[in-house]
Design a protein around this ligand. Structure first.
Ligand SMILES: [Zn+2]
Length: 304
């Protein structure tokens, strides 16, 4: 009988969630820090060393992990070979070798599995691919929240900071957290939205637009056009395919409008045929994606 393939997945973005993954499914319960219902951005103020300890703590609470093949950690930022090169939302972790540090901690507790760290949105896209039986396909995902994440499965060499794709050359567009001008996140990100509409909450902007407020209606069009532009850029660089949209602000997306704008922006015939779908993703999807990515990374490393 074939051995059941087990890996641990961790998602550490606004909070930490860890689970054991068996054959692309969560086995047992997910462990959370701080807990399942809290919405506080608890990692933001936390020193890097403590984030590491909290991740280790959640893994320590998982059961039946003696024979796991790999540990995958989805984490926000630009990550290469386990090292966090940049993490605009969690600047304290910049320069941390998360994979080595976590491996060391796990080893001390007798857990010998290899640790693979990847971008949180990449973990989400791998999770969508795994849970929809699309591990043989190209899957891209936009995560719409405080910032804008871009995930790609399969993982590929490169930086892939899709949230910072330039979607306008207007130098007045300066709301992106990274400081760059004209970025997608500077238009779509929730933080940028608050800076643009100092008198309105983000949900009020969309509410007022639906009630016919001209200023808000004009902005909601720009918001969609920006996502269409970034999607079109991805299509022009990486080819057509399936795009998923998720995250707390995905609820504002009008797929029909987005489709229309993408069609206006992508005209070459070999690049036609992309589709866009809004999906709900939770910690479970990202945990599965992190675990599956870690297993794949192991296979890549072990294959001659
Ligand atoms: Zn930016």
């Amino acid at each position: 009988m074939a051995r059941i393939s087990r890996a641990i997945g961790v998602f550490a973005a606004e909070h930490i969630a860890a689970g054991l993954v068996e054959e692309n499914r969560i086995a047992g319960s997910i462990k959370y820090f701080p807990n399942a219902t809290s919405e506080v951005d608890s990692l933001e103020e936390m020193p890097a060393e403590e984030i590491l300890d909290r991740i280790d703590e959640q893994i320590a609470q998982l059961e039946n992990v003696e024979e796991v093949e790999a540990v995958g950690v989805g984490f926000p930022g630009i990550i290469r070979d386990g090292l966090i090169h940049e993490s605009p939302n969690l600047p304290q972790v910049k320069g941390q070798d998360l994979a080595t540090a976590l491996s060391f901690k796990l080893n001390q507790r007798g857990l010998k599995a290899r640790v693979h760290v990847l971008n949180d949105a990449d973990a989400t896209s791998a999770g969508i691919a795994a849970t929809r039986g699309q591990l043989d396909k190209l899957v891209r995902v936009w995560t719409l929240g405080s910032g804008i994440g871009f995930g790609r499965y399969p993982q590929a060499e490169g930086v892939w900071e899709g949230g910072h794709i330039v979607v306008t050359i207007d130098p007045k567009e300066h709301f992106c957290r990274c400081g760059g001008l004209g970025h997608l996140e500077g238009i779509m990100g929730e933080r940028a939205l608050r800076l643009r509409f100092l008198d309105l909450e983000p949900e009020e902007v969309f509410q007022h637009a639906s009630e016919g407020d001209q200023r808000c209606m004009a902005f909601v069009k720009v918001w969609h056009r920006a996502l269409a532009a970034a999607t079109a850029t991805s299509i022009h660089l990486d080819g057509p395919g399936k795009f998923f949209i998720t995250g707390p602000n995905a609820k504002y997306v009008q797929t029909g409008l987005l489709d229309l704008y993408v069609h206006e922006m992508v005209k070459m015939s070999p690049l036609q045929g992309s589709s866009i779908e809004v999906v709900r993703t939770g910690d479970d999807i990202a945990i599965i994606g992190a675990a599956v990515s870690a297993k794949l990374a192991n296979q890549m490393r072990d294959s001659p």
